[in-house]
Design a protein around this ligand. Sequence first.
Ligand code: LER
Ligand code: MN
Length: 271
Amino acid sequence: MKSCITISLVEEARGGPFVLWDGLEKSIAFAAELGYDAVEIFAPGPEAIDVESLRSMLDSANLKLAALGTGAGWVKHRLQLADPDAGKREQARAFVRSIIDCAGQFGAAAIIGSMQGPSGHTGDAEAARGYLCEALEDGGSHAAQYDVPLIYEPLNRYETRQCCTVQDGVGMLESLATDNVRLLCDLFHMNIEEADIAQALLQGGKWVGHIHFVDSNRRPVGLGHMQYGPIIDALRQINYQGYLCAEAFPYPDPYEAARQTMRAYRYWTGN
Ligand code: LER
Ligand code: MN
C-alpha cells in the first residue's frame, strides 16, 4: 500500500477535508520532503492544471499523481450527474470527461464524489440512480483509453442519496456494462454508514480502488477513535495495492496533519 496526500486548489472548498492548501509547488515539495509516494489534487477544472509544469514538478519531487477529484464540478459550477435537466447532465458528464483527459495524461484516475448528486429527497430517486449509472458508463469507458479506472466514492447520507455503503456501491458497479469503475472507500464516510468497516472492505474485494485514509472525526489518522488494525488486515486480505490517501481536515494545521498522517501510515503499514 502506498501513501498519498490531498492538495486543494479550490478556494470555495476552504474548510473542507483537504490537507494541503498552499499551491502546487509548495505542497508538492512538502509532500516529497515527508516521503509521500503520491498526491491527489482537487482542482477547479482542467484549465487549472498546466500538464507540462505539473509533470516537471512531480518528476523532480519523485511523486506520482494518484488521482484528480471532480468535486469542483459541484462545489464551484453546480454541475451534478443526476440533474433532472438533460442539458445540465451532459455538461456535468463533459466536465468529468475533461478531468479524466487531464488525469489520464499522468496515468491517474478521476474521482466522482460530490458530483454524483446531493442528499435530500426531492425528485425521483430511481431516475437519479439511473442517471448516475449512465454517467459512470460514460466516464468508465472514456477512462479506459488511458488504461485507468474511473473511481466512484460512496458518501454518507448527509452528502448524497446515491450509494452510502460499499455493498450498495458494489451492487451498482456490478450492474454496469463497463468493468472500468472502482470504489473509493473513504473511512470517514464508512464510519458513519457501515456496521463493520473491515467487513465492508472484505466484501468490497476487487472493487476497492482507492482509500481516503482519515480518522472517525475527519481529523488525520490517529486523532480520532477509528480502529485501524482490522482495517489494515482487511486491506491486506483483499491484496489492496493502491493508495492510502490523506483526505482529512488540516488539523491542527496542514503541515502537522501531513506529518501526523505519515507517522500513522508508517506505523500501520510498516513501510
Ligand atoms: C466528500 O465528503 C469527500 O469525501 C470527497 O472525497 C469528495 O468529493
Ligand atoms: Mn473522500
